[in-house]
Design a protein around this ligand. Structure first.
Ligand code: E4P
Length: 214
């Protein structure tokens, strides 16, 4: 399973990278705005140490605008995946971009039919937003299950990025289902290593070691 880091905070990405947990990065306009820094500068810095796909999102709403923006963003770094919103205009853009070998990540996916359309358009990645579905009383992870099954039925190569992850159980469930990728916020990654019995165990070993003959 690949781990992407869902943030535009370069320090947090670096920390996860030093721990060997970064196969890629996803950003979005909200995450970039939170940093209060220049978009290009952030992306250049991330690309200086991350080899895997880095998602950069377009903000145009029409296909032509998205295509032009995508071409420009794709020129910034070698490993860009251009995030395109899940609309008909977005799908038209994905089709053109995939023919130009520009990698795309179709974002804001909330149904299996949307994921099917994205795969048919030639998307490199699809991003179902799990946490946001949970927020409105749906079981977000069921969508991941459906998409993985549908893509398997037809051998689509579009990779499934489980997005809008809110807690470690989301990552675990995504792994059980066999999703290709989880894009994980740094705070969730941090929690994944924790177990109280590990802490107690270390404490006990160290205490006993003090009493051991050396
Ligand atoms: C994914 O690509 C998105 O950036 C992200 O997962 C959205 O998460 P949110 O619903 O917590 O904003």
């Amino acid at each position: 399973m690949k781990f992407f880091i869902d943030t535009a905070n370069v320090d947090a990405i670096r920390k996860a990278h030093e721990r060997g947990m970064v196969d890629g990065v996803t950003t979005n306009p909200s995450l970039v705005a939170k940093e209060g820094r220049n978009f290009r500068e952030i992306i250049d810095e991330i690309a200086s140490f991350v080899d895997g796909p880095i998602s950069l999102e377009v903000v145009s709403e029409d296909a032509q605008g998205m295509i032009e923006e995508a071409r420009e963003l794709n020129g910034w770094i070698d490993n860009a995946a251009i995030k395109i919103p899940m609309t008909w205009e977005g799908l038209k853009a994905v089709k053109v971009l995939s023919e130009e070998d520009i990698h795309t990540n179709v974002t804001l996916c909330f149904s299996a039919n949307q994921a099917l359309l994205a795969a048919k358009a030639g998307a490199s990645f699809i991003s179902p937003f799990i946490g946001r579905l949970d927020d409105v009383g749906k079981t977000g992870m069921q969508l991941v299950d459906e998409i993985v099954q549908i893509y398997m039925n037809y051998g689509y190569e579009t990779e499934v990025i489980v997005a809008s992850i809110r807690h470690p159980m989301h990552v675990l469930e995504a792994a059980y289902i066999g999703a290709d990728i989880a894009t994980i916020p740094p705070s969730v990654l941090e929690k994944m290593v924790n177990h109280p019995l590990t802490d107690v165990g270390i404490e006990r070993f160290l205490a006993d070691w003090k009493k051991a003959k050396k």
